[in-house]
Design a protein around this ligand. Structure first.
Ligand SMILES: NC(=O)c1ccc[n+]([C@@H]2O[C@H](COP(=O)([O-])OP(=O)(O)OC[C@H]3O[C@@H](n4cnc5c(N)ncnc54)[C@H](OP(=O)(O)O)[C@@H]3O)[C@@H](O)[C@H]2O)c1
Length: 320
């Protein structure tokens, strides 16, 4: 199985003067990454950050409030978000559109989230991660995996925690339990969050495709996303959240099975690009994936890809 590394080195961010050393490293890892391509998969959440991609904010989205079973039929719920970047910010936008209140948070403090809150409107407020955790009926954790030990354990105890995290050793450092396949990244998170009920979701689609493929419940071109978790009731709540935010859910098993949607599997990111034209070189395939708005991936196809998944070495590649 040949592997081709395509370097996405043409963008070098300038850092805000206030950026800390680790923060700089964090951005550097994300913005200089390239994309690994081979005949089986494109390890590609990274693609979302390369030149030519629409930003999640700019991508076309569908107003989902009319289709939201949660927002429509029940008391207004609150989604807490720890991490409000590409994935967290996109989910916050969808949640507000579906009639939820949101509490967004990040590592730098609520005062740095004014622009996002202003964009989201009166249903949104910014807080600390602990406050976002405490406020949320459900809580999305969407941070780099390296920061998982900083999550507020006490405030997350008893909560359904939606885990979007992926393992990228170049960004996250090497985690022996993951490298040895002793644990999946979601089991590692669950082990840390004692008392929380972790459900893996939203980890296998790039932020722009997450944004462009959301559809109201029942739409013929609706896509599905895999979910994995150990607690059946938590998975039901997660599936209701996905439904409210524009996606069907396919249960792929417990957290030990969550590798089936992780980097280096066929279900990871690439299928949401649609069917690639045949005969493309890896470089051309990458360019096509960068430009495609994505295509619906129905539940039966997600099920098939999960069932047929072959476990590859843990960890996606960020290439400098
Ligand atoms: N981007 C994608 O297309 C994609 C797709 C699927 C899954 N994922 C996975 O989802 C996770 C988030 O990815 P992303 O692309 O959304 O990242 P991102 O745009 O870099 O956003 C990360 C967010 O996490 C926050 N954060 C970092 N450390 C934190 C901490 N200790 N406590 C609270 N918040 C913290 C950051 O806040 P500051 O800015 O203040 O540091 C930022 O708001 C990652 O694990 C990634 O692998 C990404």
């Amino acid at each position: 199985m040949s592997r081709v590394f395509i370097r996405g080195t043409s963008i070098r961010p300038s850092y805000p003067p206030s950026a800390t050393r680790s923060h700089k490293g964090h951005f550097n890892a994300q913005l200089t990454l390239g994309v690994r391509v081979d005949s089986k998969y494109l390890g590609a959440e990274a693609v979302a950050r390369l030149p030519g991609r629409p930003t999640a904010r700019g991508a076309r989205t569908h107003h989902l409030s009319d289709s939201s079973p949660v927002g429509r039929e029940h008391m207004t719920q609150t989604l807490g978000l720890i991490g409000s970047g590409m994935i967290g910010g996109t989910l916050a936008r969808f949640a507000v559109g579906a009639g939820w209140n949101v509490v967004v948070s990040n590592s730098r403090g609520p005062e740095t989230l004014g622009e996002l809150v202003a964009e989201l409107g009166e249903r949104a407020k910014a807080a600390t991660p602990a406050e976002a955790a405490a406020s949320g009926d459900l809580v999305v954790v969407s941070i780099p995996l390296f920061a998982y030990t900083q999550l507020p354990q006490a405030e997350l105890a008893g909560k359904v925690v939606i885990d979007t995290l992926n393992y990228y050793p170049d960004r996250d450092g090497r985690l022996p339990e993951l490298d040895s396949d002793e644990l999946t990244s979601s089991e590692l998170l669950q082990r840390h969050l004692t008392g929380a009920r972790v459900v893996k979701a939203f980890n296998n689609i790039t932020a722009p495709h997450l944004s462009s493929l959301a559809r109201p419940s029942g739409a013929p071109d609706r896509s599905a996303l895999p979910i994995a978790g150990d607690d059946a009731a938590a998975k039901k709540e997660a599936a209701a959240l996905l439904d409210a935010l524009g996606y069907d859910a396919v249960d792929i098993g417990d957290l030990t099975e969550s590798w089936r949607s992780s980097p280096n599997t066929a279900l990871y990111c690439l299928p949401y690009g649609g069917e690639a034209p045949s005969g493309l070189s890896p470089q051309e395939l990458l360019r096509w994936f960068l430009e495609t708005p994505g295509a619906p991936l129905p539940a039966h196809r997600v099920r098939q890809l999960a069932d047929e998944a072959v476990r590859a070495p843990a960890g996606g590649a960020l290439v400098d």
